[in-house]
Write a protein that binds this ligand. Sequence first.
Ligand SMILES: [Fe+2]
Length: 303
Amino acid sequence: MKNIPGLEITENSSSKRILNIKIKEEIINELINLFKRFDLTAIEYKPFTRFTVAKYLDDLINNKLSKYLNDILRDRKTGCFIIGPETITTETNDVFLVKLSTAITHLIGTPNHDSMTGKFYARFYVKHEDKSDSYLRKAYTNMDLHTDGTYVKEITDWLMMTKIEEKNVEGGESVMLHLDDWEYCKELYNDPIGRENFTWSSPKSKNVDYKVEHPVFFADGKGLPQISYIDQFPEPKNMKQGQFLQKLSDSLEGSKKKVITKLPVGSAIVANNYFWLHGRKPFKKNRFLSRELLRIRGSFFNL
Ligand SMILES: [Fe+2]
């Protein structure tokens, strides 16, 4: 395991492909002070301040963090890490976590505009009751394995999900699947229908008023399989496409290689969006259930 002062790096207990990175308390304390220079309005209105907070973070880790995070995300063998403060205190609150998440993502690449909120990030709740039109906030339904950015034009190389807070939560674990672990990858990847263009659209709450066309599977620079898929948004044009999507959905959900992991409050999971799929197990029913999440998706910097 890599040794970087200021960080505690371990292998995730559920998967050797996922690295757990804890930022040591002394670094967090320095960041709390440095971040005070900017409020959230400045972070939201002035894109360059996002790079300033990212630089604060990288400097404190002797400029080794940005390279390390990029190496993990681009490495097909890993491609995923969970990062967060070593200890959670009253000072590592929601505002701090938005700034920390901003800093981490700005060491990786440029975030996409999130149409759901009109910002580069989105904060949202999962609660007992929900009247929305997508699975994102449905607490008691399984959120099936998918990738992000399937219905937008922007490149979505990576995604981050930060758990800001949760109360009265049981269940709702993160579910992850790496394409190279998936038992049915070869079969589905080699099916010509998976390489056909599908039409992808999204429900109203996403505020995206166009449709896009792309296949489910495509190859990376080395010919390895990559995927762009979510169950709710493709519009099959015919029976062949419909049947293919059903088979794909069944074989993803039926996989025995899913990694189930509990994201600690204050931590973020960051994954390569082209060879990792993500989802969420249903929560146990509770009227007072509340989880607040933050998400940021984006493209890599050109190295
Ligand atoms: Fe997602």
